[in-house]
Design a protein around this ligand. Sequence first.
Ligand code: ATP
Ligand code: MG
Length: 411
Amino acid sequence: MRNKNDKQLVVGLDIGTSKVVAIVGEYEPGEPIEIIGIGTHVSRGMKRGSVVDIESTVHSIQRAVEEAELMAGCDIRSVYASISGSHLETRNSHGTAAIRDREVMAADLEQVLEAASAVAIPADRKVLYKESQEYRIDGQDGIRHPVGMSGVRLEASVHLVTGAASAVQNISKCIQRCGLSVDELVPAAVASAKAVLTEDELELGVCLVDIGAGTTDIAIYTQGAIRHTKSLPVGGDQVTNDIAYGVHTPTAHAEEIKIKYACALAQLAHAEETIQVPSVGDRPPRRLARQALAQSVQARYEEIFEMVQDELRRSGYESLVAAGIVLTGGASRMEGALELAEEIFHKMVRIGVPQHVSGLGDVVSSELHSTGVGLLLHGSRSSGASRNTSSAAGNVGSVVEKFRSWFTKNF
Ligand SMILES: Nc1ncnc2c1ncn2[C@@H]1O[C@H](COP(=O)(O)OP(=O)(O)OP(=O)(O)O)[C@@H](O)[C@H]1O
Ligand SMILES: [Mg+2]
């Protein structure tokens, strides 16, 4: 039997516009991650993926992390966190490095990634994420796993995501104010893609679309590598606002009506179906045709999908995503969203939920948790690599260990 203490622990913190989720996973290299704790709290300090209220965001993170700690029976010290918002920009870059011992090691990969990231960017922006696409050794290209290969010159093409320095600082500040350190900030779309996409899709070419409350995050992959990412400032919140303004009802009721009765294809609602809508103030409730509700929701979803399609065209990869579109995120749960997306994109569409995890897998097997689970998967792969190169300690300590060290210090 495996000893629990020998296992690595990793924490994903998804700071979304509608909710903050902390997920704790436990794993042994090469084995699926087991989810051992999850904490979630409503998020009020974020708008369209960016921090607009530090105190409120700190509070939400604290609550989510405390709940996850309690369930997992551990003390969380550092997290892989999501970042989103229209300030994110991407570019593909290229780097070269000498292979020090004539055989590629993890340190050479680090070096070539660093070289590719040394691009000229304005002072108010910073590179926050980098992921290799392909390697080339002494002119031989198309290499995906260069470690162990012989050669003298290593080249890499790398996907870089940059962000506005202030937005990056704000999100880091919120996490640090909770006494946590940031292992890495990962774009939400990249994290979600790691949780929901299959190897075949990555290989064939696919566009991942995570429709959240405040942002719609896109990640495009072809030939097994990331090619393009984008965060659009649209999402489910706008659908809720349309309903609130359209039928003159408070936002909380509009959200409830949306989840219970709305659909993104007007033809799915019968003409004679009606629903009861609470009014503002002490006016009496009214009845509304469900089809009228569906028409307004459909118009907003059409707009979101058309924005995604424009981005897909602009990226130049539209004809290369043979595996089609994978929708995820809370707003992808809307009835009729998949069918509407098929009509607009003229491609295969499926709804993706997190895979590749066990333990509380059922709890996180929801479109809402794609980013959180993806952060864990990314963290487990990165920390595995860093353990080989440095003495990186686990990011979670057991309560017993913490108590023991406190006891030793104080008595
Ligand atoms: N069953 C459902 N039908 C329609 N919409 C839904 C459903 N469940 C959740 N949503 C919507 O999904 C959105 C929340 O999704 P999610 O939790 O993925 O967002 P988030 O990660 O907090 O935000 P973001 O990623 O934009 O920062 C809300 O707008 C909510 O109304
Ligand atoms: Mg999200």
